[in-house]
Write a protein that binds this ligand. Structure first.
Ligand SMILES: Nc1ncnc2c1ncn2[C@@H]1O[C@H](COP(=O)(O)OP(=O)(O)O)[C@@H](O)[C@H]1O
Ligand SMILES: N[C@@H](CCC(=O)OP(=O)(O)O)C(=O)O
Length: 368
């Protein structure tokens, strides 16, 4: 089935794929995934990985030792710490561009400052062409602060990276109307309009000892992504034809539709519901860049500031006194006053830090 054309997606690799049978990390299935990532880049499309496998890798590294950590929480955290380093080395071997590790946990998404900070980091990584590889920060996160499973982590990551699509690659070719391990006649669902309670009841738990999710957590993650306007694909990551099809905007697994009009709704919300905390006056060049090219607003185009606003507040952008756009700022008013009219490369010198190249990123900007 056809899916919308995508330019950026989050691809989640489950433990089953990267460490088949709960054993050591293996290239067996992942080679095709690495090929897919490379191929997507040649088409100027972007892939962000969420990779499981730290616990499996850690366990394999320490295998056979008499002082192997016990299978309790602290023991698993130690395995994840050993295995995470191994996991990154493993991914780097496939690519001649840098891979970048991001270990995140629930607070990084729940806390607005940390969320914006992580988002800026990801934007910087994009600028240098690095491949982000995200995992939960298993070794330090205590239970109540964890996202808990990497399917849900991928849904958060998809929002964080402003991706159009979330792909959950696993060891089965989609969602079935019953757990196929216990129902051999179960039928595959090619398309799912909405993740209902009935559907969740059909989905079983994880198939492996190192995985955490199972189909149930994948569907819950897909529902979360749908609410944010992001469609989900659940695919067999072992099948190279499935991955090739994805480059042609074709889904061979199960496709879970995004909630209708979610994206338009965000812009609508920004424009009509989000209170404005100030005004920014911009020059003619910046006005043209915003209107004509859908560009981000840079400090160099800012000529005046009114009101007191914090990072993450919405402001009105004006040109010659007329409202032109609305957007979410990356700098508070006092800092912006110091960098207005200046080139982005001077920001670090003026402020001692450059948290963002742009004053308002184009994804956070809506024209009036
Ligand atoms: N309704 C269902 N449809 C498809 N797979 C299911 C269903 N219920 C349970 N499963 C199981 O979910 C497993 C995939 O989840 P999981 O083991 O967590 O994989 P991963 O490590 O890739 O996250 C499959 O191997 C399958 O046995
Ligand atoms: N963060 C853990 C994986 C947790 C997880 O959700 O596993 P899985 O269900 O196999 O994707 C690890 O790296 O081992």
């Amino acid at each position: 089935m056809r899916i919308p054309h995508w330019r950026r997606l989050v691809l989640k690799i489950g433990s089953n794929l990267i460490a088949p049978g709960g054993q050591a990390l293996s290239t067996r299935h992942v080679l095709e995934i690495a090929r897919f990532v490379q191929h997507a880049r040649t088409q100027e499309r972007e892939v962000i990985l969420v990779s499981s496998g730290a616990v499996a890798a850690g366990r394999a590294s320490l295998h056979g030792r008499s002082d192997m950590p016990p299978p309790n929480v602290a023991g698993k955290q130690a395995l994840a710490a050993v295995g995470q380093a191994e996991l990154m080395r493993f991914w780097q071997r496939f690519f001649d561009f840098p891979v970048a590790q991001l270990l995140l946990t629930r607070d990084d998404f729940a806390n607005r400052r940390r969320f914006l900070n992580a988002r800026n980091t990801l934007r910087s990584l994009r600028a240098v062409g690095a491949l982000p590889v995200i995992n939960e920060n298993d070794s330090v996160a205590v239970d109540e602060l964890r996202v808990g499973d990497n399917d849900t982590l991928a849904a958060h990551a998809a929002t964080l990276t402003e991706s159009e699509l979330m792909v959950l690659a696993t060891d089965i070719d989609g969602v079935y109307d019953a757990d196929p391990r216990s129902h051999p006649n179960a039928r595959k669902l090619d398309e799912i309009d909405q993740v209902t309670e009935e559907l969740l009841a059909m989905a079983g738990d994880a198939g492996s000892s190192v995985g955490t999710g199972g189909m149930r957590s994948k569907l819950i993650a897909a529902r979360r992504a749908a609410e944010a306007g992001i469609g989900t694909l659940i695919i067999d990551g072992r099948d190279h034809r499935t991955l090739e099809a994805l480059l042609d905007n074709e889904c061979r697994g199960s496709w879970i539709h995004p909630a209708q009009q979610r994206r338009a709704a965000r812009k609508h919300w920004m424009l009509h519901s989000l209170p404005t905390s100030g005004q920014i006056e911009i020059d003619a060049g910046a006005a043209e860049a915003l209107k004509g090219r859908g560009a981000s607003l840079l400090a160099s185009g800012v000529i005046g500031i009114q009101g007191q606003f914090e990072v993450g507040d919405a402001v009105e952008i004006q040109h010659q006194g007329k409202a032109l756009a609305k957007g979410i700022v990356q700098y508070r008013h006092a800092e912006l006053a110091r960098i207005r009219g200046r080139h982005s490369r001077d920001i670090a010198e003026i402020l001692g830090d450059c948290p963002s190249e742009s004053v308002i990123h184009r994804d956070d900007l809506v024209l009036m």
